[in-house]
Write a new protein. Structure first.
Length: 91
């Protein structure tokens, strides 16, 4: 919990704890604390709540990698996210 609060403070984000419904109502992005939680959040929002997935960028490696769901109908959003991440690294 302390890590999440620190990240929120450093990035100007808001830590809404377990209140995912509040995050989706007020913001367009949910950032999960780890891959397992992210998968559960994605499956709940996308499959039960008719949400859209854009992929999950892995941020603790040097390469740009956006993880996707094999259940996604296409990968356009993930490719656009990866492209945006690549462009943000250019000097």
């Amino acid at each position: 919990m302390a890590d999440a609060e620190l990240v929120a403070r450093l990035t100007g984000a808001e830590h809404v704890e377990i209140l995912i419904e509040e995050a989706t109502r007020r913001y367009g992005v949910v950032i999960a604390p780890d891959g397992i939680s992210g998968n559960l959040i994605f499956r709940t929002l996308a499959f039960l709540g008719a949400g859209a997935g854009h992929g999950a960028p892995v941020v603790n490696i040097d390469k740009i990698f956006v993880d996707t769901s094999r259940a996604s109908p296409d990968y356009t959003n993930a490719i656009m996210l990866a492209k945006s991440l690549a462009e943000s690294r250019k000097p």
